[in-house]
Design a protein around this ligand. Sequence first.
Ligand code: CP
Ligand code: NVA
Length: 301
Amino acid sequence: MTTRHFLTLLDLTPEELNTLIRRAVELKQIRNRGEIYEPLKNQVLAMIFEKSSTRTRVSFEAGMAQFGGHALFLSSRDTQLGRGEPIEDSAKVISSMCDVVMIRTFDHDTVTTFAANSRVPIINALTDDYHPCQLLADMQTFLEHRGDIKGKTVTWIGDGNNMCHSYINAARQFDFKLQIACPEGFDPNTELVAQNQDRVSIYRTPEEAVKGSHLVVTDVWASMGQEEEQKVREKAFAGYQVTTALMDQAEPDAIFMHCLPAHRGEEVSAEMMDDPRSVVFDEAENRLHAQKALLEFLLVK
Ligand code: CP
Ligand code: NVA
């Protein structure tokens, strides 16, 4: 059987994704009931981090422990990858000893090259282009709070970044309409938008983009690796903050998400973060449950 990877949301079919999200809800209930469920006993997840993380590391490591397995934290600072060992060689070696590998890196080609040389499943835990694991948690969170997202309208406000790209893929796989508000020069990948033009539209003001919206999402203005652009970006994104007043212009039952970490007072107001419409901490917790469902999908036959 061929090894399945999870590099973008397009690696699973819409049916598989929907089943996985529903399984994540069940796994959450199993954990909340205090039941022991250890389908990954003796299995090892290698976690390669070339960027910082709180949620991704904790959720994968805790998830593997709860599943009876083990997770190995590999920082590029301490491994030979950081000293220039080819990705192909690293992939062959690490995948010969571990059962699944998770990678957080810069260039998306790193995860595709790693996958091409791996004998075990590779999970993209964020690249400059995509963050599919976050979308699993976001889709689970919407399902739990509002039911099926199919046919709904979602608004992305801010940078056309890795999260925005994964929302475009999600619009396709979960069948929703995506209204993106971004300043000129910060658009998502043009080709990706063109491929999904039946579902995705670009606006230049947040006010236009939140009309009719059931879910409003934003992210930091300067992603990891763009720290030196912070000042320029603060100027470019002025007027793109998600506030309670902006949320009031969405549908009355709209909810707010942010993958976190958030900068209160920049992309989101402090008041909005703590507003009852904000589900950001449920969203963060769901990283655990959604990724456990992913690990089960990839490893339990
Ligand atoms: N949302 C997310 O991926 O958070 P971390 O960077 O803390 O892992
Ligand atoms: N767009 C952000 C997401 C962090 C989880 C980044 O890449 O830094």
